[in-house]
Design a protein around this ligand. Structure first.
Ligand SMILES: *Cc1c(COP(=O)(O)O)cnc(C)c1O
Length: 339
């Protein structure tokens, strides 16, 4: 599974730090918690999509693309990171934003990631929730080809086998860090959505026979659907890496009990988890992904699901740029003198 066989650009700030969360571990009285800072990958605020884009953009350049097309929800972090690398490489960037939440809050529709997408020169277009996004991107690609352009389509979240190589690589990076820090990692957890992050991690950690389980916390669809999606992509990624058969069905676990009303809609426990990370560790999570993942992890600790002797690594997948779109969700009061 020599990952250096694959074309790859190098713009992520790697390796991302692996740090203990001592205050939070103490406050929860549970296992020893660690955070892998994939919110610090460096691309216009960073986040987990950057690792995938190193492989995807290398593929796009090999195909001599002049335009990148991708899609996401209004506050997509994947779109922001794609807009950033397209700008840096001098490529046009065409974005379809799906109105998945139906929010009419101007902060949600224009602030946060949307403002940053516009700042980096991406061409945004909104489409209704439930649109066939792959079909819409294919139509847009055909239209651009008709104008003599050479577009490269990146699926939502950058989640295909090429993108997932970025997280197989992250799995190896984590193993190197564990060896260097003499750390026994008992569990890796993170938020799972379009599945590339978990699929890549599972492929990398299974192909190396690390024995480290991965637990994804879902943010959108029910468990069976999420696990099926992750498993399919993990197998395809292992095939691409030259390790067919490395991934077993029981290497894939997703807990989807913390989604709440739907994608992009935080619950009370999402906000509480975000507040605990902020107040005990000075870490900024996001209300769409990492906040829901953290809520699941914290609830699991409180329910006694994890032995206190465990070392658990939470991968911080980023997303804090969306916080400014969710100001109202927190309901903070004006402070003295602020009017
Ligand atoms: C996209 C995203 C995820 C989910 O990663 P997938 O590879 O889509 O499953 C988690 N956290 C944040 C902040 C994200 O932007």
């Amino acid at each position: 599974m020599l990952l250096s066989r694959f074309p790859r650009l190098h713009f992520a700030h790697l390796p991302t730090p692996l740090e203990p969360m001592d205050q939070l571990s103490k406050a929860l009285g549970g296992p020893r918690l660690w955070v892998k800072r994939d919110d610090c990958t460096g691309l216009a605020g960073g986040g987990n999509k950057t690792r995938k884009l190193e492989f995807l953009l290398a593929d796009a350049l090999e195909a001599k693309a002049d335009t990148i097309i991708t899609q996401g929800a209004t506050q997509s972090n994947h779109v922001r990171q794609t807009a950033a690398i397209a700008a840096k490489l001098g490529l046009a960037c065409e974005i379809l934003l799906e109105d998945r939440t139906g929010s009419d809050d101007p902060d949600y529709n224009l602030n946060g990631n949307v403002m940053l997408d516009q700042m980096m020169g991406a061409n945004l277009q909104k489409v209704p929730g439930g649109t066939d996004m792959d079909g819409a991107m294919a139509d847009l690609a055909a239209e651009l080809r008709g104008q003599g352009k050479n577009p490269y389509v990146i699926p939502g979240g950058g989640s295909n086998p090429i993108g997932a190589l970025g997280y197989a690589h992250c799995g190896l990076e984590l193993l190197y860090q564990a060896v260097a820090q003499d750390l026994r990692i008992d569990l890796v957890t993170h938020a799972t959505g379009s599945a590339g992050t978990q699929a890549g991690l599972v492929a990398g950690l299974s192909a190396t026979r690390s024995g480290i389980p991965v637990l994804g916390y879902g943010v959108r669809v029910p468990r069976e659907q999420q696990e099926t999606k992750v498993y399919g992509l993990a197998c395809a990624t292992a095939d691409l890496m030259g390790c067919p058969g490395a991934v077993a069905r029981d290497h894939v676990t997703a807990n989807c009990d913390y989604v709440g009303a739907g994608y992009g809609i935080p619950r009370e426990d999402t906000l509480e988890a975000m507040t605990l990370f902020a107040r005990y560790e000075g870490l900024l999570l996001d209300p769409v992904y990492s906040g829901k993942g953290a809520a699941g992890l914290i609830d699991g600790i409180r329910q006694g699901d994890f032995d206190p002797s465990m070392n658990i690594v939470f991968i911080h997948t980023g997303g804090a740029q969306a916080l400014f779109a969710y100001r109202k969700a927190f309901g903070f009061q004006p402070y003295p003198g602020s009017g």
